[in-house]
Design a protein around this ligand. Structure first.
Ligand code: EPU
Length: 337
């Protein structure tokens, strides 16, 4: 049976900001094999493409004039195990949080700090998701993808993905590859990561630490701080935390002694975008239906009927004022289209 191609489809329910936007063609891809038909379609060659997972890291400022492929394949399996690791493969269309919960139920630890992140498995390596002291690359083994220019299937190991903070080869070459599944390397003897502020304090110290307990605490922390996109449109952190050199940080620190900072490797210091934005007075502010969350200054929200352009207008005003005060240029984390 040939794949259904919807024309002039609304994307409002397919982006977590819940802004209105239309695309020229929409395809819901349940099996990677169906891609052959799309690649052979003469319309596909000429038009721009967009691969969509959960739509939780994207802002549509306008309609999309090409093909949107929503990846919806399913399946999770233990590929193999050795003495120290489980190698677990999940289809790109699986919901990320459901996959983490499924892993924990099977006794596969390692992803617990990444609980409750919206989006899909296939989108997770694109921006190398990270939270509460763990980044996806630390648990990543390999992924399979299809090169949309040739139709060829390619396997990428960890080095080939060029991961860095919220970045990868796939983010730099948007819509060149369609990720079909991801394999994780999960330790049989995990070392818990409890350093991130809040985790240690919230764990019940009368019970032994477990992946399940960490996952529960991470979900509670996120629910406290981050607005639920099913209730109020948002895309999580709207800006990346800026990275500056140590010299630059010392100069900033002289003027702003309270500025929070976290040393990274190689003379790099990570600053808090949320703090910078809050210091500029933006927390809880609103422009029409576009706003800055009252709970977390890094999260822009859609209070109801904001357009993508209104949210972007607010983002630009924030970038401008942070630049004026700190000479730091904030970079958006979501894809802006
Ligand atoms: N802070 C403020 N004001 C606020 C919120 C935070 O000043 O309104 C300051 C505080 O000093 C706080 C610090 O910012 O200690 C860090 O805040 P938080 O722990 O919430 O982390 P974040 O740096 O704002 C990052 C990720 C989140 C991830 C959390 C937890 C980025 C861009 N964001 O946020 O990821 O959940 O750490 O690990 O790296 C996402 O990428 O969408 C996302 C939600």
């Amino acid at each position: 049976m040939s794949i259904k191609i919807e024309e002039n489809a609304s994307l409002k329910n397919l982006n977590s900001f819940a802004v209105e936007a239309c695309c020229r063609y929409l395809v819901r891809l349940k099996k990677p094999e169906q891609l052959k038909e799309i690649l052979a379609d003469p319309r596909f060659e000429k038009l721009p493409r967009l691969i969509l997972g959960g739509g939780s890291n994207i802002l549509f400022r306008q309609d999309f004039p090409g093909f949107v492929i929503q990846v919806k394949n399913r399946g999770i399996q233990l590929l193999y195990e050795d003495d120290v690791h489980y190698f677990v493969q999940a289809a790109a269309g699986e919901n990320w949080h459901a996959f983490v919960q499924h892993s924990l139920k099977q006794g596969w630890a390692g992803l617990e700090n990444l609980s409750c992140i919206p989006g899909t498995v296939g989108a997770a390596p694109i921006q190398n998701i990270g939270a509460y002291g763990v980044e996806l690359e630390e648990r990543f083994h390999a992924l399979n993808a299809i090169d949309l220019t040739t139709g060829e299937a390619i396997t990428f190991d960890r080095d080939a993905c060029q991961f860095s903070y919220r970045d990868s080869l796939f983010k730099k070459n948007r819509d060149h590859y369609l990720v079909t599944d991801v394999t994780f390397k999960l330790p049989k003897n995990p070392k818990w990561k409890l350093d991130y502020a809040g985790i240690h304090e919230m764990l019940d110290d009368t019970k032994p630490v477990s992946a399940r307990a960490i996952s529960d605490v991470v979900c509670q922390l996120r629910q406290k701080k981050l607005p639920d996109p099913t209730l109020i449109g948002n895309a999580g952190s709207f800006f990346k935390n800026p990275l500056v050199s140590d010299d630059r940080f010392q100069m900033l620190k002289a003027d702003f002694p309270d500025m929070p900072a976290w040393p990274q490797s190689d003379d790099l210091i990570k600053l808090s975008a949320a703090w910078l934005i809050e210091q500029c007075g933006w927390k809880g502010k609103r422009y029409r239906d576009a706003g800055v969350s009252e709970n977390h200054a890094l999260v822009l929200v859609n209070h109801g009927n904001a357009s993508g352009d209104e949210i972007w207008h607010l983002a630009e005003a924030i970038i401008h004022s942070v630049k004026e005060k700190y000479e730091i240029i904030l970079q958006p984390e979501p894809l802006i289209l």
